[in-house]
Design a binder for this molecule. Structure first.
Ligand SMILES: [Mg+2]
Length: 282
């Protein structure tokens, strides 16, 4: 029998090409194992404002623009309650602005203390380049801070082809704008050929919102929040408890893949390439 009415069918196009670009986050992904630098300074600015916060409270909104992050900490109910106890009023946008003004120079002053590359970064980036992937990057840091990271990265042999921070776009994460700016700058297409790698939930969403693949790094960044030495010293069962908590959280946020750190990415890229060849989309 012959089909005579072509309007009974639609035809779908799919991308079968290779990965064209990988976009890495900075702190907790390529440098600063444990994403220590911002967490420490968020604690300092809240302490200066008379409302000391825990490390967990400091880390909760990680990945956002730093001013937004300070505001989000002030919305955590436990912090809000202690703020009212200390100041007799709820924290205002002016309070947040004042803390942000304190934050910027304090962060810039200590950033280089936390800029050691995460093990595996140079090897994985070299393999990406061998495969022809372009290397982009995004960060919740502002331009002055990002310039320090870029300088320290370059000194250790890591220089991505493009870098955009929260100060370069109208909206930071979880919006996909920083990834999209990388895509333009790197001149790659289509979005299905782009992989975003990040240690935060909002940074995974950033990649998904841009239309690409999202990979979560469970151990090297904000979700564990320990330095490499502290992590290495943990007993295996404690390490596994962290994985059991973080892996499902990142998958539930939409990550296509979750691995411990940047060092584990090559098999992920292989798998994405195989899926693209089969016509799968992110
Ligand atoms: Mg990060």
């Amino acid at each position: 029998m012959q089909f005579t009415n072509e309007r009974e069918f639609t035809y779908a196009r799919s991308y079968h090409g290779p990965i064209r670009a990988v976009i890495f986050d900075w702190a907790g992904t390529t440098m600063d194992f444990g994403c220590m630098a911002p967490a420490v300074v968020f604690q300092k600015v809240y302490e200066k404002a008379g409302v000391p916060i825990s490390m967990e409270e400091a880390r909760f909104p990680m990945g956002a623009h730093k001013r937004v992050h300070i505001g989000l900490i002030s919305e955590i109910p436990s912090v809000r309650r202690r703020w009212v106890e200390a100041h007799g009023a709820e924290p205002t946008d002016k309070d947040v602005g004042k803390m942000f003004d304190d934050f910027v120079p304090m962060q810039e002053a200590c950033l280089s203390d936390y800029s050691t590359l995460i093990p595996g970064t140079l090897e994985v980036v070299a393999e990406c380049r061998k495969r022809g992937y372009k290397i982009g990057s995004t960060s919740g840091y502002l331009p002055g801070m990002l310039a320090i990271n870029q300088r320290d990265g370059e000194a250790q042999g890591y220089s991505p082809d493009a870098t955009f921070g929260a100060g370069d776009v109208p909206r930071g994460r979880p919006f996909g704008h920083m990834v999209l700016r990388n895509i333009l700058e790197l001149d790659v297409s289509p979005v299905q050929s782009v992989v975003k790698v990040d240690d935060t939930l909002t940074g995974i969403e950033e990649g998904l919102n841009a239309g690409g693949w999202g990979v979560g790094l469970a151990i090297s960044g904000n979700e564990v929040g320990l330095t490499l030495e502290e992590w290495n010293a943990l007993p295996d069962e404690v390490k596994q408890k962290h994985r059991d908590r973080i892996y499902p959280t990142m998958y539930q946020r939409g990550a296509h893949y979750v691995v411990d750190s940047i060092a584990d990415l090559i098999p992920v890229f292989d798998d994405i390439e195989a899926r693209l060849k089969r016509g799968e989309k992110p």
